[in-house]
Design a protein around this ligand. Structure first.
Ligand SMILES: NC(=O)c1ccc[n+]([C@@H]2O[C@H](COP(=O)([O-])OP(=O)(O)OC[C@H]3O[C@@H](n4cnc5c(N)ncnc54)[C@H](O)[C@@H]3O)[C@@H](O)[C@H]2O)c1
Ligand SMILES: O=C(O)C(=O)C[C@]1(C(=O)O)C=C[C@@H](O)C=C1
Length: 315
């Protein structure tokens, strides 16, 4: 499996690419697109002037602006990379700048809500192809991005019924070129799957670190001192961006609540097994879950150590 990005393309895949929201994900796309020659011109759009100043300093895009409509003007591809709670406002503000035939895509961790927020604002003749790269770290901002973030990771496309196949194929090619494995599913199915594989695990991490910090019988320094193993992994996840994750939970409410209901029932069964000394039940579950972890590693979805933030080629 390649650990590095391939050589740059002879001709860019898209002419003008606008990236709205230039944080971890937006700047990672820009770095990969620049390295691989996927865009003729890169335009950084962000509401935060400090972010735009940093983009200019690092030379991550040819243009940088806070004006959404101007930023997407003449863009062939506009990718929304802001927290999912801001999608409606962003789509509304950028819509007047979009040219006919432009493709709008995104990277949001939730898909049904994103489609509901964006689609109504898009002018006729603009194609929407929602996407979610299942790759990230606990860090935020333009300095946190790196070009290999999407290498050998999944990117899920959730095109709506009647979506323009040509536009879907172009977005697929864009993500494949960045090293991602692309899969397509409905937005509803995406939200259910990601609720259990990503959203609920984050909620558990936020919760367990919060609970540990609130314990009266364990001091704060003990929490830090003895967090070398499993708990340390939870603290990494629980350091993830509060705005992003607040929005994820508020915008994938039903699926998350459904999965939390299942989880609560299963935790009650585990508590019962511990109380009544039913070691076989615990052993059977732990054996099953160990096999799942080994399966994940053997298909190359995971590094052996739980350090997802590491840059795989030093970029
Ligand atoms: N962080 C991850 O691990 C990860 C992984 C996959 C997908 N995502 C998704 O990617 C998106 C961005 O996440 P990130 O981690 O890059 O966040 P980030 O905080 O690093 O960057 C977000 C950027 O959006 C800008 N922004 C916010 N509201 C805006 C608005 N109204 N107009 C213009 N700019 C605005 C912020 O100034 C910031 O620079 C989210 O939708 C998230 O769900 C995140
Ligand atoms: O590795 C991490 O830090 C992540 O949390 C990445 C992660 C995930 O849950 O897998 C987080 C949110 C995204 O939407 C996609 C990927």
């Amino acid at each position: 499996m390649p650990e590095r990005l391939g050589p740059p393309r002879a001709a860019p895949l898209f002419g003008r690419v606008a990236i709205i929201g230039f944080g971890l994900i937006g700047s990672s796309i820009a770095r990969a697109a620049r390295h691989l020659n996927l865009a003729g011109t890169l335009v950084a759009v962000d509401r935060d002037e400090a972010v735009l100043a940093r983009v200019r300093e690092l030379g991550l895009a040819e243009e940088a602006t806070a004006d959404l409509a101007a930023g997407v003007g003449d863009a062939d591809l506009a990718i929304i990379c802001v927290p999912v709670g801001a999608y409606g406002a962003v789509a509304e503000a950028m819509a007047p700048g979009l040219k006919p035939g432009a493709i709008v895509s995104d990277v949001g961790s939730v898909k049904a809500s994103v489609i509901a927020q964006v689609q109504p604002h898009l002018p006729a003749g603009v194609h929407f192809v929602p996407a979610h790269p299942v790759a990230g770290t606990e860090h935020s901002g333009p300095d946190a991005g790196f070009a290999t973030l999407f290498l050998n990771r999944w990117c899920i496309l959730t095109p709506t019924e009647g979506a323009d196949q040509g536009a879907v194929d172009r977005v697929r090619n864009f993500w494949s070129a960045m090293g991602a494995n692309v899969e397509t599913m409905t937005a509803q199915h995406h939200d259910l799957v990601l609720a259990i594989t990503s959203h609920v695990p984050h909620l558990i991490a936020y919760n367990i670190v919060g609970t540990a910090a609130d314990l009266e019988t364990v001091t704060q320094s003990e929490v830090i001192k003895f967090s070398a193993g499993g708990f340390r992994d939870f603290t990494r996840i629980a350091a993830s961006d509060p705005t992003m994750w607040r929005d994820v939970f508020l915008h994938n409410k039903e699926a998350v609540l459904e999965m939390l209901g299942r989880l609560n029932e299963d935790i009650a069964l585990l508590a019962r097994a511990i109380r009544w000394g039913e070691g076989d039940k615990l052993f059977d579950l732990f054996t099953r879950t160990r096999a799942i972890r080994r399966g994940i590693i053997s298909v190359g979805q995971e590094t052996p150590e739980p350090d997802f933030g590491r840059r795989r080629d030093g970029q």
